[in-house]
Design a protein around this ligand. Structure first.
Ligand SMILES: CC(C)(COP(=O)(O)OP(=O)(O)OC[C@H]1O[C@@H](n2cnc3c(N)ncnc32)[C@H](O)[C@@H]1OP(=O)(O)O)[C@@H](O)C(=O)NCCC(=O)NCCS
Length: 149
């Protein structure tokens, strides 16, 4: 049996890894809360190793303005540096998409950091359009996947 477990998380359980991996200038508490974190339909998933959260991703009901059928948004996806390239990001996305499919979700999009584009491409997400700046976070591109076929 794998030592890693896919699971649902409370929003607050994602905050330490958000700070550690994504937003190092923030304290790993309330400062890492997204305004949408506890809205209806928002799902936080994680991978745990012996209880410790080592990967996170939050899925938010939000249709992309230019991709009408793609109606969930992935935010704050991260794997702890000590656990990279072990398949945990894939495990999290695949587990989450299974759950979202069962909820009749059509697709998922994200503003992806340039450094992560290869990860999404490897998972067969589309990498689309021009690069754009996200303040403080650098260059990003739109990535998305349909899950309704
Ligand atoms: C991007 C990130 C979440 C990937 O997590 P991970 O757990 O290391 O990913 P996995 O091990 O599941 O990788 C799945 C596949 O993608 C590939 N991959 C992972 N990261 C990659 C990258 N940055 N570039 C290219 N390919 C990548 C892996 O080699 C693997 O390929 P395989 O299936 O052929 O073996 C992680 O690197 C991370 O947290 N980065 C910093 C934060 C970040 O950029 N988050 C995304 C914000 S949009």
């Amino acid at each position: 049996m794998s030592e890693f477990e896919f699971c649902r998380l409370l929003s607050s359980e994602t905050w330490p890894l958000r700070a550690k991996v994504l937003w190092p200038e923030k304290e790993p508490g309330e400062a890492c809360r997204l305004a949408v974190d506890d809205q209806t339909g928002v799902l936080h998933f994680g991978i745990r190793r012996q209880g410790e959260v080592v990967a996170i991703g939050s899925f938010i009901p939000q249709t992309h303005p230019e991709l009408a059928a793609v109606n969930y948004r992935l935010r704050a996806m991260a794997t702890d540096l000590s656990c990279r390239n072990m398949g945990l990001g894939r495990m999290l996305i695949e587990g989450a998409l299974e759950v979202l499919k069962s909820m009749q979700v059509n697709g998922v999009w994200a503003d992806a950091r340039h450094g992560a584009l290869g990860f999404y491409a490897r998972l067969d997400w589309d990498v689309t359009g021009a690069s754009y700046d996200v303040p403080k976070r650098g260059r990003h591109r739109l990535v998305w996947v349909r899950i309704d076929d």
